[in-house]
Design a protein around this ligand. Structure first.
Ligand code: SAH
Length: 224
């Protein structure tokens, strides 16, 4: 006993430890809060049941509705780049499975996340409730306009690739706040862009090339 499998059950915790060591620490993830969140969130609960065997592999996975859960390294990289503190209020656009929101929720007090595909929003809401993340609020809607009623945010993360930076999101960032978003042409490689809001200016910096599913718009559904 005690060697990877207990009563025939997969030892997901051991897989997570390996993921953190080999995919994150072996690269450039060293933020303690990020590493500890990735070690604790059960990623296998956020993927399709038949793909659980690959939940901790070094890549993205389909989550249904043509969408994907990002590679663990990208989740960690984007989380680390936001320089989060426990008292922060964070907005995510693109809930998907809810995994990234759960990682954020391990680190900060409150997470708001908006998803444009109703089925995904509904199942992520249920999953996060069942797994016990009371500090995540999931909203169904077009996230382009952010969530003005809860603004300003300490940090904003967009997990879908946009062709340009949505101005309403920049407006909802606190002075001193950070936002991360994949920007670039459709169907291509985009750049993960870090936006830092200063008192009188907004700084942007490209961090690395990435592939993301597209940021879409739907003016027929709710925006906030
Ligand atoms: N963060 C997710 C993965 C995101 S995939 C996770 O951890 O699983 C990108 C998601 O962004 C998709 O679910 C897509 O439907 C959603 N999306 C795209 N455009 C959007 C918009 N304008 N507002 C809200 N969600 C959007």
């Amino acid at each position: 006993m005690g060697c990877g499998s207990l009563l025939g059950q997969t030892d997901y915790k051991a897989q997570r430890e390996q993921m953190v060591k080999k995919q994150l620490q072996a690269r450039d993830i060293n933020d303690f809060a990020t590493l500890s969140a990735m070690l604790n969130v059960p990623r296998h609960e956020f993927v399709l049941e038949n793909l659980r065997i690959r939940a901790y592999s070094d890549g993205p996975l389909p989550i249904g509705n043509g969408q994907t859960i990002s590679q663990p390294y990208i989740v960690a990289f984007m989380t680390q780049a936001l320089h989060l503190k426990s008292d922060h209020r964070v907005l995510e656009i693109g809930t998907g499975s809810g995994y990234q929101a759960a990682v954020l929720a391990k680190i900060v007090d409150s997470v708001y996340t908006i998803e444009i595909v109703e089925d995904l929003a509904t199942s992520a809401k249920k999953r996060l409730k069942d797994l016990g993340y009371p500090n995540v609020i999931v909203k169904f809607g077009d996230g382009y306009h952010g969530l003005p009623s809860k603004a300003p945010f300490d940090a904003i993360m967009v997990t879908a690739g946009a062709d340009s930076i949505p101005q309403p999101l920049v407006d909802q960032l606190k002075v001193g706040g950070r936002m991360i978003i994949p920007i670039g042409p459709h169907h291509g490689i985009r750049q993960l862009v870090l936006i830092t809001k200063k008192k009188n200016k907004v700084l942007t910096k490209s961090l690395m090339p990435v592939r993301f599913v597209p940021f879409t718009r739907n003016t027929k559904i709710k925006s906030y």
